[in-house]
Design a protein around this ligand. Structure first.
Ligand SMILES: [Zn+2]
Ligand SMILES: [Zn+2]
Length: 280
């Protein structure tokens, strides 16, 4: 972090009455760095830095350079200090261009726009060795970089690959494979548990069926025994019945025999006497 990047207690984007802005210099020749040079080096705009960090690579480059001159606009620029400040607060390219004007070098040949006084700065200033700022500061202030004679398109060739990248990629790949293997192991463990649970469940079902079978076998046995008892009781009852019939018939025939005997006895006693007068 450049030590000269001052952190101000108050940012000037919405400047109030307590911030007295210096007038922008519009003389005919460049002069030593002064108030606006110092102000621009401090990057007091929210579009230009976050905390102490410049928001673009170009600004990072510029704040590390040494101020060469005070900011100067062409004499016919009628900016008030406030209006000029507001234009910077609203346009980061303008901040880069004004700071670039302070720290850059005069182009060996002015671009055609500066030459025709079509830009705000009186001198065509460029920043050597800054790929992000190849146009002159006058053209860059208006975002007209491509119109400038000094403009060089950014190289489109891809950056050379960092040899460390391959090692990092290999590392990431190895981590990914390891993670995948760990996941597979967990999955297999879960499958094992599931299979065991399924086999336990099957065993439980078999045991339950066995128990049911056992219970029904016991019940059947009891039922069969009860039927057998009933049948035996029936046989017993029939035999008792037959005995009773036999005894009853014996009693009946004994009674009949006795009655016949009594009748015969009675007949003997009541034999009739010869009738009187039969012999006359
Ligand atoms: Zn120029
Ligand atoms: Zn230019």
């Amino acid at each position: 972090m450049p030590t000269h990047l001052r952190v101000e207690g108050r940012r000037d984007d919405s400047h109030g009455p307590e911030v007295k802005l210096p007038k922008v210099y519009v003389g005919t020749v460049d002069k030593e760095p002064a108030e606006w040079a110092e102000r621009l080096m401090a990057l007091p705009y929210t579009n230009s830095r976050q905390g102490n960090v410049p928001t673009t690579i170009a600004l990072s480059t510029l704040v590390r350079m040494t101020p060469q001159r005070e900011l100067r606009l062409r004499p016919d620029c009628r900016w008030t200090a406030d209006a000029f400040n507001t234009s910077l607060a609203n346009n980061r390219s303008a901040v880069e261009a004004c700071l670039g004007y302070v720290v850059g070098v005069e182009a060996p040949t002015p671009c055609s726009y500066c030459l025709r006084n079509l830009r705000s700065f009186p001198v065509c200033i460029i920043i050597p060795d800054c790929p992000q700022l190849t146009a002159c500061m006058g053209c860059h202030q208006n975002d007209k970089d491509r119109q400038c004679d000094h403009y060089v398109p950014p190289e489109e060739a891809p950056a050379a690959p960092d040899p460390d990248v391959f090692d990092k990629l290999k590392e990431v790949l190895a981590t990914t494979i390891q993670t995948q293997q760990d996941l597979n192991t967990k999955l297999l463990q879960q499958l094992d548990s599931w299979n065991k649970a399924r086999s336990d469940f099957s065993a439980m079902m078999v045991a339950q069926n066995d128990a049911k079978g056992h219970l029904s076998r016991r019940a059947n046995k009891r039922f069969e025994a009860a039927i057998k008892e009933c049948q035996e009781a029936k046989v017993d009852a029939e035999s008792v019945g037959r005995n009773l019939e036999r005894q009853s018939s014996l009693v009946e025939s004994a009674l009949k025999e006795r009655a016949e005997l009594a009748a015969r006895r009675a007949a003997r006693h009541e034999r009739p006497q010869p009738r009187p007068g039969f012999n006359i």
